[in-house]
Design a protein. Structure first.
Length: 472
């Protein structure tokens, strides 16, 4: 545990007075849920967790922090995977989950305006209530928040069709480092009045400002959805099947995920209630979801895609969900894929992207590289083939010492990221930079781009109070 800062008790009292004692948490037991992230990689410390209930509260807190050069760490649902939301040097933690109002749903304009602490699930439910869809979809939807999703520019399983978090935002409200509120909550699809300021803060992980609300873009709800679980002989075959499905559906492929058999077996062993959708094991699997505004005919389209896949030797076996519950069962296998890997021992994880056409070659070369480095290491790649985002996880050799294996994290990173770089990819596709990848940025980022990032940080946060030590 890091030492708590020696902040003057009188200053802490000034912060507490902004939100009221009930929402200024100093008890260590009550603070605990805010200080450990879901992978248990980081343990934080803070003298106080502040839970503001309005943008005015946030503005006052940040203004006081700026006045007194007191660092703060913004946090949403605490589902981040790179440590960006944890106070690692005893900063004050600013939890935004009380900012949970849905301010407006406008089905005519296809927009939803909500505060940063609204969970993704609530945003999706509010859209559904007016027969619309908010298309971001993450396994942590019940806990993750809109503010956190935007701060990390989250991806998800529907990014193939609808894009990542940045794609869903029309307007934004942000508290700047000096406490001023940038009110850019417009619903306009066309606004050419200067710089697009919202994109400075989306993906900035709270280092440039604190997102407090956003106007989100909605889309029509699909009238039909079909889901298939498909056994394929190789990643190359999955890629070709993706191309076939995209051509046949004219953009109707909502999701296209790939998984290895080794990972499927872990899910079947450790994922409660999971069963194998196919009778025979196959080397690779694709989970395909199509959606359409037409009520009828989509199943025939999916059946035709799979039949053509069989003819081209791209599909070995497949089953199409016969009900919503069966589709959910298919998706549960995919959603459990990363979680159950802990049962196989230490796992060194990577969230990378390469051009879609390069995914099979990347996986093959990365597999060869990590097994040459650590004989017996077990690669378990899976993820969003449709947008080139692969969660390239490497499990320890069977029977190896977990602690000793995890000490080689940086070595494994180096060989995997070398392959990513070869194919013009990114070392962080959708999880962000946080602290996990901060020190790697100079080796992969264009020097001019990195210099501009640092310039923006100095300009917007000259005292360095916003999430210090994260990203840069």
């Amino acid at each position: 545990m890091l030492d708590r800062p020696k902040i003057d008790p009188a200053l802490l009292a000034r912060f507490a007075a902004i939100v009221g004692d009930k929402y200024a948490i100093t008890d260590p037991a009550a603070q605990a849920p805010y200080l450990v992230e879901m992978r248990n990689m980081f343990q934080g410390a803070t003298p106080m967790v502040l839970r503001p209930g309005s943008v005015e509260d946030v503005s006052k807190i940040v203004a006081l922090a700026n006045e007194t050069a007191t660092p703060i760490v913004p946090q949403g649902g605490n589902t981040g995977l790179v440590g960006g939301q944890i106070p690692l040097h005893s900063e004050i933690l600013l939890s935004l989950n009380r900012l949970d109002h849905i301010r407006e749903v406008d089905p005519t304009s296809n927009t939803l305006t909500c505060e940063a602490g609204v969970t993704l699930q609530r945003a999706r439910e509010a859209a559904a209530a007016v027969d619309r869809l908010y298309p971001q979809l993450l396994p942590s939807e019940g806990t993750c928040t809109i503010g956190g999703n935007l701060s990390t520019n989250a991806g998800g399983t529907a990014a193939l069709a609808h894009g990542i978090a940045r794609s869903h935002v029309l307007g934004i409200e942000v508290v700047l480092a000096d406490g001023r509120v940038l009110d850019n909550l417009n619903k306009l699809k066309k606004d050419n009045t200067g710089y697009d300021l919202k994109n400075l803060f989306i993906g900035a992980e709270g280092t440039l400002g604190v997102i407090t609300a956003a106007v989100l873009r909605l889309v029509p709800r699909p009238r039909s959805i079909e889901t298939a679980f498909v056994g394929v002989p190789s990643a190359e075959a999955a890629l070709e099947l993706l191309g076939l499905a995209t051509e046949q559906t004219a953009g109707g492929v909502t999701s296209f995920e790939i998984m290895t058999r080794r990972g499927i077996e872990l899910v079947l062993t450790h994922g409660a209630g999971c069963r194998d959708p196919l009778n025979t094991p196959y080397p690779w699997y694709a989970l395909i979801e199509l959606s359409s505004q037409q009520r009828d005919g989509l199943r025939n389209v999916l059946e035709d895609v799979l039949a053509q896949g069989v003819e081209k030797n791209l599909v070995i076996d497949a089953t199409i969900a016969g009900s919503l519950e069966q589709a959910k069962a298919f998706w549960r296998i995919r959603e459990m894929f990363g979680e159950v890997q802990r049962y196989a021992g230490g796992s060194i994880k990577h969230d990378v992207s390469v051009p879609v056409a390069a995914v099979p070659a990347f996986i093959a070369e990365a597999n060869a590289a990590v097994t040459a480095l650590i004989p017996g290491a077990r690669p378990l790649p899976f993820g969003h083939l449709g947008d080139g985002n692969i969660h390239y996880n490497v499990t320890q050799p069977d029977g190896a010492d977990k602690a000793e294996y995890l000490k080689r994290w940086d070595e494994v990173n180096a060989v995997v990221f070398a392959v990513v770089k070869k194919y013009g990819g990114s070392i962080s596709a959708e999880h962000g930079v946080g602290v996990v990848k901060r020190d790697l940025l100079p080796s992969v980022k264009d020097p001019v781009a990195l210099d501009l990032m640092r310039t923006l940080k100095r300009t917007l946060d000259p005292k360095g109070i916003l999430n210090p030590g994260k990203v840069l």
